[in-house]
Design a protein around this ligand. Structure first.
Ligand code: CS2
Length: 495
């Protein structure tokens, strides 16, 4: 077999015809979007939609400049630069069909730590109309007790003292908006693409929380001028593996150092609230609606929470991936009943959406055998995810006297998981969580105090004080500490 062709602008014409590629002239692209957090999800979602729009003919002003704020972003920065900011999206269908597409909408990448002023200048450039973010649920710097911007974070203090050398996204946004105001340039839109309910409102709250500390007048200007649209984002995007890279090399003759694999399903529901123009993403499948609330709640409480249910229970049981979980009948039944009995009764109706059909689709998507979505990715940063995805369902069910046991078992299992950090076969779990030490410490005290884990109010709020929950949870804790085979408890719960 011949040597694979390295991905670059120059080599595009030589690629196999089985790989779709940009049909537009990338050299004509201006940077209209600056994006912080160029992970797999940005590349399978916003950059994908924007590339599709460019292929449809609307291409010149919406090129994307990626920004990395931290040292671990250097790897993607280096690879993208070597590949002229091109990468391959490998869309894997459940039946085995694969679509390969080189995405051309990214046109530049900057590392904040190398030259923060250059990033601020790029954001402040009048060509930039939108600064978008995927900084993960934990990246919003929310103080868990007050719900306000956490000024106690040393990086926030740093940004306060060093406005032109920020570390946090909020420091950058504030510095760039100040520059625009001072130069009479209209404000850009700040667009969150993270999985958080009312992600735009939260972003506004955090930007204003920081800006008020630094410059109250600027904060007033931001409040008046900047739009923060809320949006629901969706596309399952597992972590890229060595097998994805060698698939392209061996079967497509293409050498791409960091492609992205994803499922065919893709959804983006956005509130049409942009202060300096926007791409016509509706022409390539995005939906603009007056209020995203019901859509985001449905997605977070069913898809993301469903993932977490399988992720925590499946990890302890010894499953490796989401599709492996749903091909196990007990797990599939448990998931569906969690969705029907606990998540759905506390959801609002979504006009035009059949919730039963949505849940059927979710189970099909989770079952896609070609998307090997690892449970370690699902459980990554659970301490930021569960308070958003799962705990509100429990709290609302407690208020209305609804069922709580499906979710309670997940929390009790998470305690054992955090305490032991192995699965039931004593195999070490891959745990990446900013609160790992705190979770471990709280969970390790369980034998003396069964509620010790639940008393972590920064994660669970006041759940430990709810008598009904505490009782159900304690019984489950006792059982799991007797025998960590979670299937025994799951069998008792499913109907
Ligand atoms: C997952 C999400 O990480 C998680 O918890 O549930 O990354 C999920 O795959 C995406 O939200 C799908 O849109």
């Amino acid at each position: 077999m011949s040597t694979p062709i390295p991905l670059s602008q120059e080599n595009l014409p030589q690629l196999s015809t089985a790989i779709a590629r940009p049909t537009y002239d990338r050299s004509k692209l201006k940077t209209g979007i600056v994006h912080i957090g160029v992970g797999g999800f940005h590349r399978s979602h916003e950059a994908y939609y924007t590339d599709a729009l460019m292929n449809s003919g609307d291409f010149s002003q919406w090129g994307i400049c990626g920004v990395g704020l931290r040292e671990p972003d250097r790897k993607i920065a280096t690879i993208l630069e070597q590949q002229d900011y091109l990468y391959t999206l490998i869309v894997r269908h459940p039946g085995g069909k694969i679509e390969n597409r080189v995405i051309g909408s990214l046109v530049d990448f900057m590392m904040g730590i190398d030259d923060p002023q250059a990033v601020i200048d790029r954001m402040a450039n009048p060509d930039t109309k939108i600064v978008s973010l995927t900084i993960t649920e934990g990246g919003y710097n929310v103080d868990a007790d007050s719900g306000e911007f956490d000024m106690a974070n040393p990086e926030a203090q740093h940004d306060l003292q060093n406005p032109q050398q920020p570390k946090l996204a909020f420091g950058y946004l504030t510095a760039a908006l100040r520059q625009r105001r001072d130069k009479g340039i209209p404000a850009f839109t700040v667009q969150s693409c993270d999985n958080i309910q009312h992600n735009g409102n939260l972003t506004r709250k955090m930007v204003l929380g920081f800006a008020r500390q630094q410059d109250p007048e600027l904060a007033q200007w931001i409040e008046r001028e900047v739009c923060f649209p809320n949006a629901m984002v969706d596309r399952i995007t597992p972590v890229t593996t060595a097998a994805d890279i060698s698939y392209l090399e061996q079967e497509m003759g293409l050498q791409d150092q960091w492609p992205v694999t994803c499922e065919p399903f893709c959804q983006w529901v956005i509130e049409d609230d942009f202060c300096d123009g926007r791409p016509a993403w509706e022409n390539v499948g995005a939906q603009f609606v007056p209020d995203v609330t019901p859509y985001e709640k449905m997605k977070i409480r069913l898809l993301n929470a469903g993932h977490s249910v399988l992720g925590i229970l499946g990890s302890i049981y010894g499953h490796q991936t989401i599709d492996e979980c749903v091909s196990d009948e007990l797990f599939a039944t448990y998931l569906r009943q969690f969705m029907d009995i606990e998540a759905t009764p506390v959801l609002d109706a979504v006009e035009g959406i059949d919730l039963d059909a949505y849940k059927d689709t979710l189970i099909e998507r989770f079952g896609n055998p070609n998307i090997k979505d690892k449970l370690s990715r699902i459980c990554l940063e659970s301490s930021s995810k569960l308070p958003v995805f799962l705990i509100p369902t429990i709290t609302e069910n407690l208020e209305r006297g609804g069922s709580i046991q499906y979710a309670a078992l997940v929390i009790a299992t998470w305690c054992w998981y955090s305490d032991q950090e192995v699965n039931q076969y004593n195999k070490e779990l891959e745990i990446i969580d900013g609160k790992r030490a705190e979770l471990h410490q709280a969970a390790a005290a369980t034998r003396d105090d069964p509620l010790s884990f639940l008393r972590l109010t920064s994660v669970f709020g006041e759940l430990a004080k709810n008598e009904r929950f505490a009782k159900v949870y304690t019984e489950m804790i006792n059982k799991i500490y007797e025998d960590p085979d979670v299937s025994l408890q799951m069998r008792k719960i499913v109907k």
